[in-house]
Design a protein around this ligand. Sequence first.
Ligand code: FES
Length: 358
Amino acid sequence: MSEANDWILLGSTVDLMKELETSGFLKEITLLEKRIVISYHEGQFGAVHARCSHMGGPLAKGKLKKGCIECPWHYWQFGHRSGEAMHGAHEPLASSGGRLSTYPLKVEDGLLYIDAKNETERIKPNYNPMHPVAREPKRESGPIRVLGLSTTAMDKDHPRYSTSEDLLKSALQKAETDLGVQTQFLALSELNFRSCEGFYSKSEKACTWPCSITKMDPNDEMVKVYEALVHWADVVLVGSPIRWGSASSLYYKMAERLNAVQNQITVRDRVLIKDKVAAFILTGGQDNIQAVAGQMLMFFGELGFISPPFPFVAHSLGWSAEDMEKNTEKVRTSERLHSQSYELVQRAVELSRKTLGI
Ligand code: FES
């Protein structure tokens, strides 16, 4: 590249078009220490600032769609020549997505020049008030609050008996009457929430708190889990069936979405879950209880939870038994399993009381 006045030669338009064709018509360059995306669409080159107005996503790694550059992180779109944020993707997070700086371009004798000194001024996005779940976690005064979180997959219209859910509900009920705690029951099967879509895999910074999906999708009901875990509960009792030696599919669907909570520790040294207790109720046809409990203990520990001594109650029929009808009856009528589940809540509440000093 050579300089002529403020114009810097980028190359021949023919060569640039050929080059851009191989990279989705977007290319990042650095001039005068400024990162710029050069683009080409329907006969026109564009030059805009290369970092997204939202969180600095690398626009040159995005896609050019109908003359707009779509950020690869959360899909905000900007006119490839105007730098204007297009309506849509920034909502409901921001009422306007602002405007990226743009750089003058000129074509002379088949050569493209850029003036990297005289960019237009960037207009910042106009953000809406924060999502309520983004508020700083602070324990509200009151009795110990116990959340029962059932991860059993279930058809809402045709609910069936679930062994882990039964133990969970009966333990919560007894805890409310005998321990004077507040309880809340949440069944993942009743919530509509999307699977984690891998924002962390694009960049650790693209995985945000609140979760990028929660911010973009007002119908995302994972927010109920975030509210309960991060803001409401002192004790969380997680129930799961064991399926093929693992926790339920809904448990993993939730766990992946909780990356948004854990990632705050990694990226911002911000611990959202403090002084909270987790314990587990696991039931299954076959075995692998210890591996499932071990995975859950590790994961909830990584989120910031602590656990009481003897942190889970479990039941399985064993490898050679397939009489599931009898199993459901066995659990339903088992005083031992129900009292063990209640004792688990007792231990968890006791630890919570000691931890919180109440
Ligand atoms: S960083 Fe570009 S849309 Fe979020």
